[in-house]
Design a protein around this ligand. Sequence first.
Ligand SMILES: [Zn+2]
Ligand SMILES: [Zn+2]
Length: 1022
Amino acid sequence: MSSSKSGGRKKRGRVGGQPLDDHLFTLHQRLRQALSMGLRSVTGKTKKWDCIDAEVQRVAVRSISSFLSHLSAELLHSPFVQDTFGDIMVALEGILHTGNQTLLSLTAEVLVKYVDLLGDSILRYDCSVLIHTLSCLISSPRPSVAISCAISLNSILKKLKPWKVDDHKSAWQKLECTNAIDGILHGLLEYITGNEKPVDYFTQMASLLCTILWWWPSSRYSVWVWSNQNLTSRIGSLCRNLDSSISAVMLQVYAALALCGDLAMKLLESREPVAALVFCMEKSQPYSLRIEAFRLFQMLTKSEVGTTMIMQQYGTSVVRSITRAMIEWKSVSSERIAADQFPLLFEACRAALIVRWPGDHHIQFWSHRIDEILFHLLVNKHFTVDKPLDVSFFTNPAVCKSMGVNCAPILRPFLWDLLGWLAIHCDEKFSLCSGGESNFLNALISYTCSVSVDVVGKLGCIPHDLVNEFEMEPAARALLLLIFSPCKQIASQTHNCLLEALKPHGSRYMELLVHSLEMVMHSSVNGAFDQLRVVIALMSLASCSNLSPYQDYIIQCGGPRVLSSIIRKHSSAGLRISRSSIVSHTLDKYDSRTCCSDHRDGWEGMDIILFFAMCSFAELAKNSDFLLEIRQTSEVQCSLETFLDLLNGRGFGSGVQWFVAHILRCFGMYGFPSKFGSRVRKQLNVDKYADLRLMLPDGEYLQAHKVILAARCPLLLVPTETASGSNKSRRASCADEDLEQLCTKFSNVVRLSSRVHGCCMKKLMEFAYTGFVEVDHDHVKHLKILAKLSNLQTLTFLLSGKRPKWGSAVATCDFSSALESAGHPFFDIILVPQMTGEETCNCIVCQDQVPHVHAHKTILLSSCDYLRALFQSGMQDSSLEKITVPICWGALVKLVKWFYSGELPLPYIGCLWNNMDVNKKLQELKIYVELSWLAGLWFLEDVEGCSLHVIKSCLMSNPHLGVGVMQMASELAQWNIVELAADYIAPLYPKMRNQGELDVLDEALLNAIRSSYVRLSLNDVS
Ligand SMILES: [Zn+2]
Ligand SMILES: [Zn+2]
C-alpha cells in the first residue's frame, strides 16, 4: 500500500502479462468484496446470487459499474479479469431477478455495458439463465428497464453461432416459456396506439424481434399474423410521418419475415408494405432508410412472380430510385467511390439484379442509361465516350491499368451479371442508339471481350496465380450472354469484338479450352475450384463456338467428343452444381436462413456444368462438318439417347430441356416428347369421335378432333357461316390472308388448298396432338410456313432454329385451354362430383349451380381405358351426357387438370401448410386418398403414383396426420394407404397411445399399427 500512497497511480504487479494500475487494482478488490457478500456456491463450480438486501445489491452494482468503466481492451483477455466476468454475470442476473425496483434501471444499464464489453466471448459463459431473466423483463412497464434489457438480450442472441445447435435450442426454450414474442408485440402495439414511450423503445423492441425472426423460422408465421392485424394498415403512415429510424426498423422486420418464401408472397399481396417500401427507396429519403429499403426489395424480388408483382405497379419509380442510387457516388468529387457512399451503391446494384427476370423493367433501365452507369462503375468514372472504342483500346496495357480500378472489387461480379442479364433479355429489335449514342454499350462490349479473353489465357494457371479470380466467372458469363443476346445489334457487335480480341492467340486459346476440359474430366479431383474452371471453360467455349473460324478449330481439337462425354457423365450423375455453390457473390447471408421458398434451381437447372455443355454443343451443332461427323460416328446413337433421356427425366431445368430440343432439331426431331403426348397420340387420325375432316389436295383426308385443334391451333378451325356478320370480327382478328386462301371452309370439313403438302399437314397434326414430331429435312421449309400460318408458336420457333429464349417455360403438350372458352363449342360430357352439399359453382356455360365440369370425351378417353370402354361400349352409358365421378369436388378439379395436361396439381408444402390446422390438412389429403382410390378403379397408374407420393411426403413431415389418413383410407378400403400410415405412426405408437391420440381408431386399424410397431421393434433388435 505504501507505493500507492507515495506515487499515485503506479503499476502494481502484472496480471496475465498485463500491467495493472493501482486504481483498477483497488476497484477489483472492492468488486470482489462486494460480490462475495451476495454470491454463494451452489455446487462445486456454479454460483448463485443469494441476497435480497437492497444495500448489498446497490454496492455490488456500483462496484461492477466502476470496474467495467475502467477496464481497457487489452485487459479483457487476462485470466484474472475473465474469472471475475463469470461472477459479474451471475450477480447482475441475480439482482435483476430479485426485482428490486429501485435498482432495476441501473442494473439493466450496467448489464448493457457488460454485454457490450464482452463481445463474442460472452458465449463462453452459460447465458441461458440470463436470457430467461431478460426475456421476462422486456415486458417491464418501465420503458428504461425494457429498453436496456432488450438491448442486452438482442446483443446476446445476435452472437449465437449457427452451428451451435444446443445454444439455439436452449435460447428458444427460454424465449418461448417467457412469451417473449408476445411481450415484444404487445409493446410495439402500445407504442403505435399512442402510449407515451420513447422512439428508442420501439426501435429496440423491433430490432430484437428481427433477431428472433432471423434465427427461429417457426416464429415467423405468428408474427406475420399479428403484424397483418395490427401493423399493415398503419405501415404507410408510420413510414411517412414518423422518425426515419422507425421506418428503417420496420423494413428490417418485414425483411426478416420475407426470409419465409410464403410470407414474402403474403407481404407482396398486401398493398401498404409494398407502397411504403417503394416510398422509402426514393432519393429524398434518409440514406440509411434507403439502404434498408433496397435490402427488403431484394428479399421480395427473389422470385419472378414477386418481381412482376412489384414492377407492374411501381416499375417506373423503382427503376428511377435504383439507378439514381447507382450513380449518386459520382457527384461526390473524388477519384474513387467514397467509403460512406459504398453501402448504398452496393445494395442498389444488388437490387438492380431484378434484370435477371424478363419483363418491361428492362426498357426502363435502358432509358435510365444503365449502360452509362455500368460503364462508369466497371470501367472508368471520368472517361467520356465520345467516339466508338474498339477492343485494341482496352487491350492496351497502359490504358487498362488506369481503367477498371474505379470501384471496389466486391462490386464487380454484380456489375458483370447486370450487363449479362440486360443483354440476354433484350428484345430482338432493341436498339439503344438514337443518333449514335450507344457508345457506352459498345465500349462495355469491347471491355467485356478484352477481359474475358484474358480470363481464358489465365485458365491454365494454378489457383494462387489467378488475378481477379472473383470476376473470372462473371465476366465469362457476361460475354456469353452478350453473344447469345436476341438483340441483333448487341450480338453482332460482340461477335466482331470477340474476333478482334482473339486475333493474337485465338487458336492457342481454343486448344487450351478443350484441353483444360479434358484434363478436369479425366482427373478424379472434383473440388469447387475444378468445377469453377470447367464452368468458365464451357462458357468461353460456347462463346467461341459461335465464331465460324474458331468453330472449325474447336471441332478439330476434339471439342465435340469432350462435350458429349461431359453431357453423358452429368446427365446420369444427377449432380447438384448450382452457380451459388461455386461463385461466392451470388450467395448472401440471407440464403442460409430462409425457411421455405418456391424458387427452384431456376432456368439453368441444378447442374450448370450440364447446362453450359449443352449451350456449347448446341452452338457447334450449327456446323455442317460437326453434324456430318456426329451422324457418322457410333456416338451419335448414344448421344441421341442421352438427349431424349434428358427430356424425359424430370428436374433438369427448363433451360437444359430447351437446349436439348434445340439440338434435337439437327436429328430431325422437334418438340418435347412426353408421356401425356404419347397417350394422346392414340387419337391421331382415329375416326371415333373425330368431328372434323381435313381434306388434302389429293383427295385423302385426315380425321381430326375440333377440341384438340381449338386448344392447340385454333386458326385451323373456321366458323361454319363464314360470311355472316357475327363472325367477321373473329375472322379479321385471327385470319391471315394466306390462311384464308389455304382453307376453304365447310362445316366439319376443311378443304386444304393445293399448296398444302399432305405429309406436312400430317406432321403438323402430329405436333398439335403430341407436342413432338420427326420431320425430314426436305419438309422443314414447308412445315415452317404451315406452322406459322396456323399459329403453332412452339413449332414455328423450333423450326426457325433460333436459340432458346432465356427464362421461357418448356412448351409441353397441354389442352387446358380447351376447358376455357376455346373449348366451349365442343363440350360433350359433364362430370359431376359426389355431392358434398357445400360448394356451389358459377358455370359460365350453363346455369346449374351444382358443382360440375364440362369436358370432352375425346380427351378423357385418350388417358383412361376405363372411360374409353365406357364411352365406346355401345351400352346405355356410352351415350350419357353426364356421369357422376365418385370423388369430392376438390379431387375432381385436380383429376380434370390431369386429363388435360398430364400433370396432377400437387399441394405446396411450405410454411403456410405447416401452420394450417390439422382438419384443413386432412381435407387436402382426403383429395389424394380419393384420387388414389379412383385411380385403382379406372386404371390410372400415373394418378395413383402421384397421389401416393403426396400422401407419403405429408406423413413423413407429420406422422400424426396418419390417424386421420387411416380412417379415410379404411372407409375406401385403401389398405395400402392404411399400412403406409401405420408404418409412419409405428415409431410414435407408445406415446400416441398413452396420449389417447389413437382412441378414435377401430380395432382393425389399431391392429395394423401394432403389427407395424412389432415389426419395427423386431428390426431394431436384429
Ligand atoms: Zn417459410
Ligand atoms: Zn355448366
